[in-house]
Design a protein. Structure first.
Length: 327
């Protein structure tokens, strides 16, 4: 059904991170006998607070069960290198896809033109001054998902249809943070992974189960938490960033035009990346105290997805897929 779930017979017992009524069997699995166990956001927050550790530290310590520190870092940076190569490939390629035309290359050229005009004349084609970091962020996300639509290599993060959000936000950190480094990239991937585990356990990563809130919504939430941590956020600000991004993705449907992961999917990655950055910045300006917890929003997403009509769950039988002619 997507999102990393394999269903054979009884779906409730097929994945160790699936929320099930009884968790007795999970504790018996040696593969999950990690140093720091947590089942939800609250337990993760408590762990971090008690141990005076960041979320990325918790996940790193757990990963040491399977490989040493050097291999963990090597693996994480390899993931980032593939993501970055995907961005660059998307920025340098033009042509037709199945339901639309590639435009990341043209977007990049337009941003460069505006940056040049802004620096030299004080004016540009959209009559606005200032940096173009948000434009690059969206362009990078578009580039990745055009590569996905073209059947090229992407990193599933957490799905292929939502693969542009996290790479774009990491690229944003690498380009615009005052002191970006490899350790920061590793921390972002570890933190994002922790959020993904919570969603996979407590709800779903599959648009076929819960609509696009389970793909772009989760990717935006993961990326927001990741950015918030490397920008200096404490654990409560980090989980608040993740919550904000998902809270404002609730109810997002999956209605690809023509059945292709292109319209609205490619642009949706761009908006998901923007939402991730905005959520992280908003959380950093607060104290981490929030009315809606991360666990609240995960459960709400699950319930909303279960209540959503099937025609809005990757079937192309409703929404834009029925109202926009496909060629």
């Amino acid at each position: 059904v997507g999102g990393g779930f394999v269903v054979t017979g009884n779906p409730n017992n097929q994945n160790a991170f699936r929320m099930i009524d009884s968790e007795a069997n999970i504790s018996e699995l040696n593969d999950y006998d990690v140093k720091y166990k947590f089942k939800n956001g609250k337990e993760l927050e408590n762990l971090c607070w008690a141990m005076d550790m960041n979320i990325s530290d918790i996940i790193f310590e757990n990963e040491l069960k399977w490989r040493n520190a050097e291999l963990i870092k090597e693996g994480l940076l390899n993931i980032w290198n593939v993501m970055d190569a995907c961005i660059e490939n998307g920025l340098s390629t033009k042509g037709l896809l199945n339901a639309t035309t590639r435009r990341a290359k043209k977007l990049a050229e337009k941003i460069i033109e505006m940056e040049y005009s802004d620096n030299n004349t004080g004016l540009n084609s959209i009559n606005m001054k200032g940096n173009f970091s948000d434009d690059w962020l969206r362009c990078w996300a578009v580039a990745v998902n055009e590569e996905n639509a073209g059947g090229n290599r992407v990193v599933t993060a957490p799905t292929n249809g939502a693969a542009g959000v996290i790479p774009a936000v990491i690229k944003y950190y690498k380009t615009y943070h005052k002191t970006p480094n490899d350790d920061g990239i590793c921390k972002m991937l570890l933190t994002a992974g922790a959020m993904g585990m919570l969603y996979k356990r407590g709800a779903s990563l599959s648009a076929a189960e819960v609509g696009c809130q389970g793909e772009i919504g989760v990717a935006s939430s993961m990326a927001s938490a990741a950015l918030c941590e490397v920008m200096g956020g404490n654990v409560f600000q980090v989980t608040n960033a993740a919550e904000i991004a998902m809270e404002h993705s609730l109810g997002l449907t999956c209605d690809p035009v023509g059945g292709y992961v292109e319209i609205p999917c490619i642009e949706r990655n761009a908006i998901g990346a923007s939402k991730a950055v905005a959520s992280a910045r908003m959380a950093l300006m607060g104290d981490g105290k929030n009315v809606v917890s991360l666990d609240n929003v995960i459960e709400t997403m699950r319930q909303t997805g279960w209540d959503m009509q099937a025609k809005y769950k990757e079937t192309s039988k409703g929404g834009l897929a029925q109202n926009v002619p496909s060629c």
